[in-house]
Ligand binder design. Structure first.
Ligand SMILES: [Zn+2]
Length: 225
């Protein structure tokens, strides 16, 4: 009997391990408006635009703020900043469990509050990665709360946008990480075409690129799919 139980347990662990490796895809953590992106990271520093144009459109929108010829470089940011008004609803990007919240910051610029993120929320997803929502004015979830993916025009509200922490204006700092503290690995959600292993967004829409007039950029879908 003891032997059988151990065997069953080890099988369970193997299957859990497989499940944990499946990629979690993320929706835009906001209602669908092509919010200007003011800062973002790029794990592929120095990549060449001409190598990734598909159907005449640059399929990537990561780290393209500083350009030199056709090569684009990392701007040093660890997350994606969406510029948006204060009090805007912020949605969970995917299902998971809330693992951290900070609600101690006033809604004003205070660079060290909340480690710079001000009032913020962290949600752990099925693939083990953690999504971060920073600079909130209000947090609407608590640690341990289970977050579900909501289809349709709305989503699972985690809070309202603000300017708390180290912020020069109202925006949402969104980030995918390996954990919630220093030393985490930070992942670039724009790191490749949809359906490839490095892509973390649900399917894109094409919108005008606010930083490169006349060009289109890909933008994450606003619903879970
Ligand atoms: Zn940021």
């Amino acid at each position: 009997m003891l032997h059988r139980s151990s065997l069953a347990l080890s099988c369970l662990l193997v299957f859990s391990g497989v499940e944990a490796q499946a990629t979690t895809y993320h929706r835009l953590p906001l209602p669908y408006i092509p919010w200007p992106i003011s800062a973002w990271m790029d794990h592929s520093a120095g990549h060449t635009l001409t190598g990734i144009v598909i159907d005449g459109v640059d399929i990537r929108y990561d780290g393209t703020y500083i350009s030199s010829g056709s090569s684009y470089f990392h701007d040093g940011h660890r997350g994606t900043d969406f510029a948006l008004p204060e009090g805007n609803v912020v949605y969970a990007s995917a299902s998971g469990t809330v693992v951290y919240t900070n609600t101690s910051c006033p809604d004003k610029i205070q660079p060290s509050c909340g480690g710079g993120l001000g009032n913020w929320v962290a949600i752990r997803h099925p693939d083990g990665k953690v999504s971060i929502y920073g600079h909130l004015v209000r947090v609407d979830v608590s640690v341990g709360q289970v977050i579900t993916c909501v289809n349709g025009p709305s989503g699972f509200q985690v809070g309202l946008s603000g300017i708390s922490g180290n912020s020069t204006g109202p925006h949402l700092h969104f980030e995918l990480r390996s954990g919630t503290r220093g030393g985490d690995v930070s992942y670039d959600p724009f790191a490749g075409p949809y359906s490839q292993s490095l892509e973390y967004w649900y399917r894109y829409a094409l919108v005008n690129d606010p930083l490169h007039p006349g060009q289109k950029m890909h933008y994450p879908a606003a619903t879970c799919q």
